[in-house]
Design a protein around this ligand. Sequence first.
Ligand SMILES: CC(C)(COP(=O)(O)OP(=O)(O)OC[C@H]1O[C@@H](n2cnc3c(N)ncnc32)[C@H](O)[C@@H]1OP(=O)(O)O)[C@@H](O)C(=O)NCCC(=O)NCCS
Length: 88
Amino acid sequence: MQPDQQRRGVGLALVHTVLGAADALAEPLVALLGSPDYYRRYGFRASGEYGITPPDPAWGEYFQVRTLATYDPALRGEFAYAEPFTRL
Ligand SMILES: CC(C)(COP(=O)(O)OP(=O)(O)OC[C@H]1O[C@@H](n2cnc3c(N)ncnc32)[C@H](O)[C@@H]1OP(=O)(O)O)[C@@H](O)C(=O)NCCC(=O)NCCS
C-alpha cells in the first residue's frame, strides 16, 4: 500500500472482512505472513503457539495464526497453502 494511502482504515476493513468471511465459512483459522506488530491487534499470534509450522521455517514469528469459532487445538502440523499459491 502506498504511504499516502495508509492509516485510513483500509487495513482494518480488509482484515475484518477476511476474518468475518472465513468464520462464516466455518474455517478454523486464518494464517498469514506479516508483521507481528501490525497483526497482533487483530488477535494473530505466532503460529508456533498453536503447534502450526510455516511452510518455510525461516518465516518464524512472521507466520501468524488467528483462530476462529470452529478452531480445534488438535489441528496441528505444517501449514500448506492452497495449490494455486504454490505456483506463484
Ligand atoms: C500495514 C498496512 C497493510 C496497514 O494498512 P492501513 O490501511 O494503513 O491500516 P489501518 O489504517 O487500518 O491502520 C493503521 C494502523 O496500523 C498501524 N501500522 C501500520 N503499519 C504498521 C506496522 N508495520 N507495525 C505496526 N503498526 C502498523 C498504524 O500505526 C496505525 O495505527 P493506529 O491506528 O494506532 O494509528 C499498510 O500500512 C501497509 O501496506 N504498510 C506498508 C507495508 C507494511 O508495513 N506491511 C507490514 C504488514 S504485512
